[in-house]
Design a protein around this ligand. Structure first.
Ligand SMILES: O=c1nc[nH]c2c1ncn2[C@H]1C[C@H](O)[C@@H](COP(=O)(O)OP(=O)(O)OP(=O)(O)O)O1
Ligand SMILES: [Mg+2]
Length: 214
């Protein structure tokens, strides 16, 4: 296992919501973070069939382009009643013909798929958000960190905070969705805390414990 040996890190993402969340998580740790989007790096094709493969593709592309350690996130919503869909294809479900994204449409697709399967009761709508963070170095070394948070798909969508599918995801043990949470609440973690809430904060906590702490 390799420790992070620079104070500059590239966030290997083009998703503004994710970049903001990773910047919030990393901020208190004293790193300067720049994103692949800001640096105008080309988006690599996500040809993998697992979160790990896609996370590695993105982190390695950014590490090679920048010459700096790069942290990617590959994430998605895994719904039991849909046999794990949309899973690694969570972003694709939001894609329109012209390549732009529409998450309102994506959430409606999810709801239609669940209704078609007769999944109406909360216990029939169990799901989890998964985040795999990959830290890659320019020499090709990688470290992976996975975080998951269990929850339920709710309908209609609630809340205007967060991004993506947040308005339809209600984490287990809460009566509000990620869309109704402040980002601090959604992370549920600050450096030193023993627990985190979101999939991304849970994976990030592992990254901190593995690559930053002595
Ligand atoms: O906390 C989250 N709250 C709501 N929705 C989320 C979250 N985390 C992932 N998601 C959904 C939306 C995203 O579009 C897709 C991941 O797709 P994924 O390919 O990993 O990310 P992306 O294409 O949006 O950005 P990029 O690949 O440049 O990092 O799952
Ligand atoms: Mg992507």
């Amino acid at each position: 296992m390799r420790k992070l040996d620079t104070k500059t890190i590239i966030v290997a993402s083009h998703n503004a919501g994710k970049i903001r969340e990773i910047a919030e998580l990393i901020g208190p740790l004293g790193f300067s973070a720049k994103s692949a989007a800001e640096l105008k790096f080309e988006e690599p094709e996500e040809t993998g069939t697992t979160f790990e493969e896609n996370a590695a593709i993105k982190a390695l592309a950014s590490a090679r382009a920048s010459g700096l350690p790069s942290l990617s996130d590959d994430s998605g919503l895994v719904i039991d009643a849909l046999d794990g869909a949309p899973g690694v294809y969570t972003a694709n479900w939001a894609e329109r013909e012209d390549g732009s994204r529409d998450f309102q449409m994506a959430m409606e697709k999810v709801e239609k798929a669940l209704a078609d399967r007769g999944a109406i009761k909360p216990e029939e709508r169990s799901c989890r958000f998964v985040s795999v963070l990959c830290l890659a170095w320019p020499d090709g070394h990688t470290e992976m960190f996975r975080g998951e948070v269990e929850g339920t798909v709710v309908w209609p969508p609630r809340g205007t905070q967060g991004f993506g599918y947040d308005p339809v995801f209600q984490p287990q043990g809460y009566d509000i969705t990620f869309g109704e949470m402040s980002s601090d609440q959604k992370h549920g973690w600050r450096p030193g805390d023993a627990e985190a809430l979101s999939h991304r904060a849970r994976a990030f906590k592992r990254f901190v414990e593995t690559c930053l702490e002595a």
